[in-house]
Write a protein that binds this ligand. Sequence first.
Ligand code: NAD
Ligand code: GLY
Length: 353
Amino acid sequence: MEEIILNTNTHKSVIHCGNGTFEKYAVTCGGDFVITDSNVYNIYHGLIEKTFRGAAVKVIRAGEKSKNRRTLLSVLQAMVSAGLKRSGTVVALGGGVVGDIAGLAASLYMRGVRLVQIPTTLLSQVDSSVGGKTAIDFKKIKNLIGSFYQPEQVIVDPLFLKTLPEREINCGLGEIIKYGALNKDIYEKLINAPDLRNSEFLENITADCIRHKAGVVTVDEHDLNGARKTLNLGHTTGHAFELFYGGKSHGEYVLIGAYYELFIAKKLGLCNEEYAQTITDLITSVIGELPVYNNVCKAAGFAVYDKKNQSDLISLIAPKDVGESIEIKLSVADYMKLVEECNNSLKDKYENS
Ligand code: NAD
Ligand code: GLY
């Protein structure tokens, strides 16, 4: 068990990591309103009821489609019906979807009630439960409406990963590889790991990723000075494809986005070739062959909605060298041309193999 403290100018978040943290901290966190999703509730309703005795439980439908204003309002309505007080504590028990909606609802209800994040997917354990970003999607744009709202505690217990489908492990590995592209120690652990899916390895690397993220959020909680932007590596293209094509998990799109943005960095002579190959190998070790897309320029067009963009340029965070990333700013036309080139290079590769 390990404790990581994330201190911002105004808040302190305590992150408890490791086996046994749920049993030790969930009962005492004072949860009186638990938000979870239908899949997690089906598996863990006994544990939820035993741990949070007497708490109201709101179950939302599982999946990204729930990250909308209707679900948000239904959560707020349930808080009112449960008589949740301003001194109350909301517990988000689920993956990133539950965490993002519950966090937003907790930040809005009575202008803010205490929040505890209990992430149950690998992605939410390594990334989304930490750092206080909350959101819903709106007008087909991902995370358009949201707030920064730090959880008081985050309880990261690998216990929940035992029931996670393999595809969701791959999804979490997407964000873990992103951290590998940002942090030298994580990179070295990833390239030397005999098995990325080994549970002990995942428990250790999760704490490493959280430590990296906590360090970044400490210096740039509100995404203003460029430090936090690096956590969006691969996300410009990943989010654009996720919106346009759907059908894959967020983490898989992060990996696809990282592949495209690596290609662009290489093309522009901004990334060390040997390093690019190791990151590419990590990406394909998790998602296998990358898909070849139809209408890829149209999909790339969704990058204009990315929150990192300033003026008319598309902003990408791409890997540069071990432990280093680089922001690339491109006109929409140049970005689309390079995305198309990357897609064509994949097509050629498969046709010639
Ligand atoms: P998710 O919440 O949809 O969970 C994935 C699936 O796993 C769902 O079907 C869920 O019901 C199921 N599940 C959850 N826990 C389980 C368990 N223990 N056993 C079995 N099944 C379980 O998806 P996610 O990948 O956790 O999160 C993705 C979301 O996170 C996206 O909306 C993304 O935008 C957001 N995100 C937010 C941040 C942030 O900083 N706030 C960072 C990264 C991603
Ligand atoms: N997941 C990116 C961030 O929290 O800033």
